[in-house]
Design a protein around this ligand. Structure first.
Ligand SMILES: *[C@@H]1O[C@H](CO)[C@@H](O)[C@H](O)[C@H]1NC(C)=O
Ligand SMILES: *[C@@H]1O[C@H](CO)[C@@H](O)[C@H](O)[C@H]1NC(C)=O
Length: 334
């Protein structure tokens, strides 16, 4: 499997260099199966103001550009330093919300307002969950996506991809203050990005604030928490990593229409769909549904999308490259 992943990375690189968007359709190593799974259901009633409609509008404009040019994520090379594993037994079904029920951030669904900022929501969520898990609930709150977006200087490209290394290095060197949802005063720097109802902007030029504008009784400098290290996770280590240390970040390719319309079941991309953008999501579990192995992830398109904001995607076949860019870090405990 490691070899296959290496091949995938190499092909992604080749694809990027030669700018051939069609590579993935032609290559039978990746494109094993283009049939939808039996369990997949998509939405039937896309109203003019529905979440799906807003995503479709946006995908329409992005889709054209995206097909003319292929883009890749940067896969970092440092593998994790192996620690003593607590748990070698891999559960057939796993849900981090049930394993650590006291950690309220695990099931929290954000709404990135159609902004291509999932690269910020996901590592922030993974970091917060892992703080709670590592401290057994002593630290149990959201971290600030706003600080990462506005203060790190990191910008996604037009397809929503960033270099994971830059993001996690920021979490390591600078850290994050506590955060909260949009329109709340929770945490030091709650989100300033309105939910998806506010199209068509999607572009945010927030200024970096070095103070707590949410709960202003919090001390900005003292509120930062950091990670100690971060690492890529190879396919065969994903489950053990999540079971022992908590959720991880995954990046995958979003293809037109079917993913936006996802409602339930195990997602698998349909034939002839076009690449639109990169998306990050937080892996919190896995299982088997009607004989199909799946990953369970939290997306950042609000609770109305998918299964209350979550989705299942086919596991074990690198569906939409979801098993290729897996990353996490270890919290620095104070
Ligand atoms: C973790 O916290 C729970 C209560 O929140 C407690 O019952 C449990 O003993 C704690 N575990 C450890 C290892 O400290
Ligand atoms: C604000 O932060 C302080 C210090 O952490 C905390 O005690 C208080 O409960 C917070 N207030 C709100 C409204 O969240």
């Amino acid at each position: 499997m490691a070899k296959v992943l290496f091949l995938v990375s190499t092909m992604l690189l080749n694809s990027y260099l030669s700018e051939q968007a069609t590579l993935f359709h032609d290559d039978n190593i990746i494109d094993k199966s283009v049939m939808g799974t039996d369990t997949l259901k998509v939405g039937e009633n896309v109203g003019p103001n529905s979440v799906e409609e807003e995503h479709l509008m946006l995908s329409g404009t992005r889709g054209v550009e995206a097909t003319s040019k292929s883009k890749m994520l940067h896969k970092t090379r440092n593998r994790r330093c192996f620690r003593v594993e607590i748990d070698h037994q891999i559960d057939q079904e796993f849900d981090a919300r049930k394993r650590w029920p006291h950690c309220k951030t695990i099931g929290e669904v954000h709404n990135d307002g159609n902004s291509l900022l999932s690269w910020a929501y996901v590592p922030t969520g993974v970091f917060a969950d892992r703080m709670c898990i590592a401290t057994n609930g002593t630290y149990n709150q959201l971290l600030s996506t706003e600080e990462l977006i506005s203060c790190s200087g990191i910008k996604e490209d037009e397809f929503g991809s960033v270099n994971d290394d830059y993001v996690w290095e920021y979490l390591k060197n600078h850290g994050l203050v506590s955060g909260g949802k949009y329109n709340t005063n929770n945490g030091c720097q709650p989100s300033k990005i309105p939910p998806i109802g506010n199209l068509p902007t999607g572009l945010y030029e927030n200024t970096c604030e070095k103070r707590c504008y949410g709960n202003n009784t919090i001390n900005y400098n003292q509120d930062h928490v950091k990670i100690k290290n971060h690492y890529d996770i190879e396919y065969e280590d994903i489950q053990r990593e999540v079971q022992n240390y908590g959720p991880v970040s995954m990046a995958f390719r979003v293809f037109d229409n079917d993913f936006f319309l996802y409602k339930s079941g195990v997602y698998e991309k349909t034939t002839n769909s076009e690449f639109i953008q990169w998306q990050y999501a937080k892996l919190i579990g896995w299982g088997v549904e009607n004989g199909v192995d799946y990953w369970l992830l939290v997306n950042s398109w609000g609770y109305e999308w998918g299964q209350n904001g979550l989705f299942k995607i086919k596991r074990g076949t690198d569906e939409c490259n979801i098993e290729t860019f897996v990353h996490a870090g270890e919290p620095q405990l104070i």
